[in-house]
Design a protein around this ligand. Structure first.
Ligand code: GDP
Ligand code: MN
Length: 396
């Protein structure tokens, strides 16, 4: 589960990670109040207005702006809230901005140079270890650094049973070229960051940039946090961090009906029981010359209710020109599923696209008979290839 920068920073701060302080705002007046409070609390004359969306690269897309006085705070917030922000990570349609983070300016001049680093903590599944990835090349597109100058990205493996050791934090600070107060502060930063990642059961904490300020403090300017959904039951208070406005509305609705749905770009809707069979179904659609419009796993019990919910979700997508239902009747009997399809069809009424149903397993023959005799615009098949060929036939 992705969360916003301001939420990620609040988590970091609660674990003792120094952050670029800020206050979230929904409108220009709130933004002005926030800026005044930041001036009071942190003596920050300038502030940055940062669009809060679940995607990185906001700076490049015009979603991060420096404001040098209160009028600029109001103006820049006005311009950013409501905008459709396009970044390298949003796709061409962009994402609508509903909130901004008003943050203290941490790039102030001082005794030494400011310096941007990259740091992330993530799970390396292959090694069963946590990894701290870090680089002197912070602030920029890390994928580009990885591609062009991979030797500038370093990795420190952490055994989850032992945790981060002091020497590892010092090694990282040393490899980042730090000394003196900044070196010491970086070791604290790394230790607190690892603790935050570990204690929240996260899949990823990415801080780009980590900043060394001109007075040698180390802090998180950005925070991209991915909480592990499978561990959310251990953190009931994190449920409220979810922002449904950032997620695909059809996927949210599917989640409410306990359906596992992922929208894709093709024109053949699919409804399948079991994730593996759903993947195989998408493959066979492609082999038959079609393109799947979605991934949809309706789970073990494919009854009239789930089939109906599945139809409703699939039919929300205007690209869908045919629907392929592929159910293996292992625990569920095929004739029950067939009856479910017929009932759902009759309840929804006029389904505007042809439906191909492939039922295999217990009572498959009876199921085919039910479908064939229903008088509905539903085609039945028992073999998967047969079903896929039917799909390409109805589409051509
Ligand atoms: P991203 O573009 O979505 O990764 O957003 P970031 O939070 O990383 O901000 C993008 C860039 O904005 C940073 O790399 C900085 O160059 C700039 N920026 C962020 N905070 C400040 C600040 O306090 N002062 C100034 N002058 N620039 C900032
Ligand atoms: Mn960033």
């Amino acid at each position: 589960m992705n969360i916003h920068e301001y939420q990620g920073k609040a988590i970091l701060k609660s674990f003792g990670v120094r952050i670029q302080e800020g206050i979230v705002a929904d409108n220009p007046e709130q933004a002005v109040e926030a800026a005044k409070k930041l001036k009071q609390d942190f003596n920050s004359d300038w502030v940055v207005v940062k669009a809060q969306i679940h995607a990185g690269g906001r700076g490049k897309g015009g979603g991060v702006k420096l404001a040098k006085n209160i009028d600029e705070v109001r103006e820049k917030t006005k311009a950013i809230i409501g905008m459709q922000l396009v970044t390298p990570q949003t796709g061409p349609a962009g994402k609508k901005v509903n909130k901004v983070l008003i943050a203290q300016d941490v790039y102030y001049p001082g005794a030494s140079e400011t310096k941007e680093f990259y740091m992330s903590v993530l799970l390396d599944r292959a090694h069963g270890r946590n990894i701290i990835m870090y680089s002197t090349e912070g602030g920029m597109d890390i994928e580009e650094v990885a591609e062009k100058t991979p030797h500038l990205i370093q990795k420190e493996e952490v055994d989850p049973a032992i945790g981060l050791q002091g020497f590892q934090a010092r090694k990282i600070a040393f490899n980042l070229g730090l000394s003196g107060a900044a070196f010491k502060d970086m070791t604290k930063f790394v230790a607190a960051l690892y603790k935050a990642y570990d204690a929240t059961d996260s899949s990823q904490f990415e801080i780009n940039p980590v900043l060394k300020t001109s007075d040698d403090k180390i802090l998180a300017v950005d925070a991209k946090v991915n909480l592990d959904e499978n561990a959310l039951y251990r953190h009931p208070d994190y449920a409220e961090l979810r922002d449904l406005a950032e997620e695909d509305p059809t996927e949210v609705e599917a989640g409410r009906s306990n359906l596992n749905y992922v929208k894709l770009d093709g024109n053949v809707g699919c409804m399948v029981n079991g994730a593996g069979l759903a993947m195989a179904t998408m493959d066979i659609i492609k082999i038959a010359g079609g393109e799947p419009a979605n991934f949809l796993d309706v789970g073990g019990t494919a009854n009239a209710e789930t089939v109906k919910a599945g139809f409703n979700i699939i039919l929300k997508d205007p690209n869908v020109k045919a629907i392929l239902i592929n159910i293996f009747g292992g625990i569920v009997r095929c004739d029950r599923v067939a009856q479910g399809v017929i009932d759902a069809y009759n309840e929804i009424g006029n389904i505007p696209v042809p439906i191909i149903v492939r039922l295999q397993g217990t009572n498959a023959e009876e199921a085919k008979k039910l479908i064939d005799e229903s008088g509905l615009k539903v085609f039945s098949a028992i073999q998967l290839k047969e079903a896929a060929d039917l799909v390409s036939k109805v589409l051509s």
